[in-house]
Ligand binder design. Structure first.
Ligand SMILES: Nc1nc2c(ncn2[C@@H]2O[C@H](COP(=O)(O)OP(=O)(O)OP(=O)(O)O)[C@@H](O)[C@H]2O)c(=O)[nH]1
Length: 317
């Protein structure tokens, strides 16, 4: 490692479960940026789904250990950052996608450790709001979603296709800090130049700015607040049974994602997303490996694993 390099800019992408972080990441990676970008992804569930959802061959990808990036996997984040900055071909930019249950301020705090001072510079923290589901969040979930916003330099009000103009306006009035740059989007469609190389973090952290809450005290443990359940199987599922099962899931199960092997299209991998009560099942490319089902579910107040397992096994064709 040599000090002759200028620090690598890092953008942190945060936002509550299912808000559109991976959608935004894919947009950036496939956009016209001309940079050698390294991507770090942090999944909360036991199976790494996010890394499989990222569709770009150009970048180096680092999977952080599963768990919450702001509570339990900080040591892995530090180790992986060291590896990236020590590469002979250093990346020109680093994007970190935090899990939907993470508080980005802790990640920013790690990036600001003295050991990284010559090597990394925080360019901006981006927080994505799910305009469709934000108002349904309450209690600790709402607090976490608001904490994610409070540290953001760039706020993306996403899924405006599913929200009313009034809902979107109420985000601006109630939840956003005046210095944040705000975009309203569908499928996180923002020109890359408005997101990368903005140097907004430094601007917003000048001593004259007040009200910016960069609180790095992580006094919660998301491993306790949130629960995950992972399911794998190699038997084909029936599409209609799966749709029905996903609509019947308990209310405390907020997010599900992964891939399924459907009897109706056995040659193609199908992607599953559930956010709140909205379910999407989409046919993708042909299987590159033996077909299998891989689903991760995230919720709170203890998920009943036996019940979920049974519900999914009932979907066999
Ligand atoms: N209708 C609509 N759906 C969207 C939009 N943006 C993202 N989605 C869908 O929302 C779901 C979740 O998107 P992701 O990008 O995976 O969300 P995420 O924040 O990365 O999810 P986690 O990593 O699990 O927290 C997917 O089905 C997306 O296609 C949007 O603007 N409109």
């Amino acid at each position: 490692m040599s000090k002759k390099f200028s620090p690598i800019p890092v953008t942190v992408i945060s936002g509550f479960l299912g808000a559109g972080k991976t959608t935004l990441l894919n947009r950036i990676l496939n956009g016209d940026h001309g940079r050698k970008i390294a991507v770090m992804v942090n999944d909360f569930g036991e199976i790494n789904i996010d890394s499989q959802l990222i569709v770009s061959a150009e970048q180096s990808m680092v999977n952080l250990s599963n768990g919450c990036i702001c509570c339990t996997v900080e040591s892995d984040l530090i180790e992986q950052l060291h590896k990236l900055i020590s590469l002979r071909e250093r990346p020109e930019y680093i994007l970190i996608e935090t899990s939907g249950v993470s508080d980005p301020s802790k990640v920013v705090n790690t990036l600001c450790y003295p050991q990284f001072r010559q090597q990394l510079t925080v360019d901006a923290v981006v927080a994505i709001i799910d305009a469709d589901n934000f108002s349904s969040l309450d209690g600790d979930r709402r607090k976490l979603a608001m904490d994610q916003l409070s540290v953001a330099d760039i706020v993306v009000i996403n899924k405006t296709d599913l929200a009313t103009t009034r809902q979107v306006e109420s985000f601006r009035q109630q939840w956003l800090y005046p210095y944040a740059r705000v975009f309203e989007t569908q499928f996180a469609d923002i020109p890359v130049e408005l997101l990368l190389g903005t140097e907004l973090f430094e601007t917003n952290h000048s001593p004259s700015k007040s009200g910016h809450q960069c609180n790095a005290n992580c006094d919660h443990n998301h491993n306790q607040q949130f629960a995950t359940y992972s399911w794998e199987s190699d038997q084909p599922l029936s599409l209609s049974k799966l749709r029905h099962a996903l609509k019947q899931l308990p209310e405390n199960l907020y997010r599900a994602k992964g891939f399924v092997y459907l009897a109706e299209s056995p040659k193609h991998r199908c992607k599953v997303h559930l956010v709140g009560s909205r379910v999407e099942i989409e046919k993708e490319e042909r299987w590159q490996q033996m077909p299998k089902n891989q689903l991760v579910m995230i919720g709170w107040n203890n998920l009943d694993a036996a019940h979920l397992n049974q519900a999914l096994e009932n979907c066999y064709s």
